[in-house]
Design a protein around this ligand. Structure first.
Ligand SMILES: Cc1cc2nc3c(=O)[nH]c(=O)nc-3n(C[C@H](O)[C@H](O)[C@H](O)COP(=O)(O)OP(=O)(O)OC[C@H]3O[C@@H](n4cnc5c(N)ncnc54)[C@H](O)[C@@H]3O)c2cc1C
Length: 423
């Protein structure tokens, strides 16, 4: 191996990369861990869902990556512009190089609105911070009419997010007395409202209850911003007053440039070992993979745990013995101050329980206390429920400032108070 301690380089300091690095750092005697990230700023993307409504402040969703990492981890802030697979080196944008024994690609994926004519000019979305802030401004000057919300193409990250947005939009319009003056239409390329059949009844019921119309088989071909019209490949034309269209996504341009994957930038990844297919020293986790699971922070979280375990075994000459089973756990907004849970893996599809306030609380807790919990690789459960955790009992939890802060947030939500200042 050439080193006494193998050097693991993690490309990307997002959810997957950060959790993996912190898990590996628990055995710094076995591995040397480096994270290389383009910005050094960690974005908590699930919070972007709330920014357009003024229920979350964008600056609260950015964290200094260094502050989330174990002190033993090296952090290099640089854009990686190439991977030299033969020499096992990364080429950095500042002309530097970084060598590795094992490389983990965790670059995530990003929206590419320019792929659909008129999308950039004619539509809004909330998948990046600037886009979410623009949508906040558009929504806050909206006075009624037709809002079309949709998904331009697959895959995209966090599959439930556009549907959650649509349900929250209904709440928000009601709070502002605009709902009676507004028609909401949800468009999707699929034959049904959502991609996972067992979760379809949950969304169908919620959309019906809220009077949200659904247009299926709608593959967005182009947008005519002047006419405020969105046109599908199937020939359907929809006029709109406000369009919220989740753009097509791509993986990393590095992937195709390095000969690792297709033009879409998705890394061909073994669904159990997370090894890049055909490359012994390369692994991939999170949104950049071509794994048949939801592109979600939760999937990246579970994958990071499996890979950390295996890399620590490989580092001491043992065979890897953990497998990723396709696990994903997402708390999903249902509107009306409630949420549900999607928990599934490769073999077992989600069976969402009836929406409840309890799941909404859990989701809010995760959003509020993310930096203290998730990047470190913890889950909420032991923090709340075990004697070794932060709270020794439910009573202790209910008397805590964490709980009070959460209750205040939920009350503000119910009253329709906004927390963002007009930008
Ligand atoms: C609106 C919205 C709501 C969401 N809600 C949820 C939810 O409720 N639950 C859930 O589980 N998930 C949710 N997600 C999805 C979740 O945020 C992503 O799936 C998750 O962040 C993926 O983690 P990742 O580590 O693969 O990539 P990311 O977290 O995107 O991190 C990638 C990192 O790689 C860095 N990088 C990229 N290219 C380079 C390069 N060339 N050189 C150096 N660094 C590079 C980037 O700077 C970034 O820091 C949501 C996403 C959005 C947009």
């Amino acid at each position: 191996m050439g080193h006494s301690k193998p050097k693991v380089v993690i490309l990307g300091g997002g959810v997957g990369g950060t959790i993996l690095a912190n898990q590996l750092a628990r055995a710094v005697d076995r591995v040397e861990v480096t994270v290389v990230d383009a910005t050094g700023v960690h974005h908590y993307q699930p919070g972007l869902l709330y920014v357009p409504f003024g229920w979350e402040r964008p600056e609260r969703l950015r964290y200094d990556e260094r502050s989330l990492l174990h002190p033993a981890i090296h952090l290099v802030q640089a854009l990686v512009k190439g991977i030299d697979l033969d020499r096992r080196r990364l080429h950095l944008a500042n002309d530097g190089e970084l060598s590795y024994d094992f490389l983990v690609i965790a670059t995530g994926c990003c929206p590419v609105p320019q792929e659909i004519p008129g999308l950039t000019e004619g539509s809004y979305h909330f998948y990046t911070e600037p886009a979410a802030v623009q949508l906040y401004q558009a929504l806050h000057s909206f006075e009624g009419g037709r809002i079309v919300v949709g998904i331009a193409s697959f895959p995209y990250k966090c599959p439930p997010a556009p549907l959650e947005f649509t349900l929250l939009l209904d709440d928000w319009l009601r709070q502002r007395n605009l709902r009676k003056r507004t028609e909401i239409v949800f468009v999707t390329p699929l034959p049904q409202v959502f991609s996972i059949p067992t979760a379809v009844p949950f969304f169908e019921e919620a959309f019906n209850r809220k009077g949200i119309k659904v247009e299926t088989f709608f593959n967005t071909e182009r947008i005519e911003p002047e006419q405020r019209r969105v046109i599908s490949l199937e020939g359907t034309e929809l006029d709109y007053d406000l369009l919220v269209m989740i753009p097509p996504h791509q993986g990393s341009p590095l992937v195709s440039a390095s000969g690792l994957g297709d033009k879409g930038g998705w890394v061909p990844t073994d669904r159990h070992t997370l090894q890049v297919k055909g490359h012994e020293r390369l692994f991939a986790i999170g949104d950049v993979t071509d794994l048949p699971v939801s592109k979600s922070g939760s999937a990246a979280h579970y994958q990071a745990h499996v890979l950390a375990h295996n890399l620590l075994r490989i580092a001491v000459g043992q065979e890897p013995d953990a497998n990723y089973d396709g696990r994903v756990l997402c708390y999903v907004e249902a509107g009306d101050g409630k949420a549900t849970k999607f928990y599934f893996n490769y073999e077992n599809p989600p069976r969402p329980p009836r929406p409840s306030v309890r799941y909404k609380w859990i989701k809010s807790l995760l959003n509020r206390f993310y930096p203290a919990i998730v990047p470190k690789g913890f889950s909420l459960r032991p923090l709340l429920l075990t004697p070794q955790g932060l709270f020794t009992s439910r009573e202790a939890f209910c008397g805590s400032t964490m709980w009070k802060s959460l209750q205040e947030q939920l009350q503000a939500y119910e009253k329709g108070e906004t927390t963002i200042s007009e930008a």
